[in-house]
Design a protein around this ligand. Structure first.
Ligand SMILES: Nc1ncnc2c1ncn2[C@@H]1O[C@H](COP(=O)(O)OP(=O)(O)OP(=O)(O)O)[C@@H](O)[C@H]1O
Ligand SMILES: [Mg+2]
Length: 210
């Protein structure tokens, strides 16, 4: 999915937090979003995902305004992921359920993604009792299970051990290569952006490029 942003302005109280004149996120590519703390990265992801509607400007997804259909094809993985007080298995199954995927097909998809992420041992644990890193892994698995067109990732590997980072990066790359999924990933890790990203966007005080 291509995203184009025109004259985006976002304020918190009187303060201008985002000020983006003209920006495109390329379809089928992995784009890195880099910038200091407080530069507006999370705010931008929340706006793009439709969570925050309080902004001015125009955002188009493949040339169209956000609607239910587009909304169903994208997902945001939060900086601090929120999982339901249900089993990990049910958390990952959820996006398939709400999209009306048949139970037996869904079951197989959940099994596959848990295998790829090497998190089978977490299957019956309660989502809200997981460690920070475990939650991030489960959240990425939950995001990828329904093959979205657009994946928005907010520092997805910030609490993750090196072995698990490899797994998560491998799965992000696989998603992009196999499904031609568009990815926008916030990271503070320059090496990670070099490993993963085709393009980089720098954000500073809410503006692009410096
Ligand atoms: N709900 C809110 N109300 C008021 N100000 C907010 C709110 N959320 C964020 N801000 C402010 O907006 C600015 C951008 O915040 P944002 O979370 O987008 O930064 P970020 O680039 O994601 O930073 P980090 O790298 O620390 O995650 C910050 O100055 C922050 O204090
Ligand atoms: Mg942030």
């Amino acid at each position: 999915m291509e995203i184009s942003i025109l004259n985006l302005k976002k304020y918190y109280s009187e303060k201008l937090i985002l000020d983006i004149e003209d920006l495109k996120i390329e379809k089928g590519k992995i784009t890195g979003l880099i910038g200091p703390n407080g530069s507006g990265k999370t705010t931008l992801l929340k706006i793009l995902s439709g969570l925050d509607k309080d902004f001015s400007g125009i955002i188009k997804y493949d040339g169209k305004s956000l609607d239910r259909n587009i909304y169903k094809k994208m997902t945001l993985v939060n900086q601090k992921p929120y999982l339901f007080k249900r089993k990990v298995y049910e958390n990952i199954e959820y996006p398939l359920k709400v999209r009306g995927i048949k139970k037996d097909i869904g079951k197989e998809e959940v099994r596959k993604i848990m295998e790829r992420f090497e998190i089978k041992e977490l299957r019956d644990k309660k989502g809200h009792l997981l460690s920070g890193g475990e939650s991030q892994k489960v959240s990425l698995a939950r995001a990828l299970v329904f093959n979205p067109n657009l994946l928005l990732l907010d520092e997805p590997t910030s609490n993750i051990d090196p072995e698990s980072i490899k797994i998560m990066e491998r799965e992000i790359l696989r998603f992009n290569e196999e499904n031609k999924g568009t990815v926008l990933i916030v990271t503070h890790n320059i090496e990670q952006s070099e490993r993963l990203c085709h393009n980089i966007i720098y954000l500073k005080s809410g503006k692009v490029g410096y």
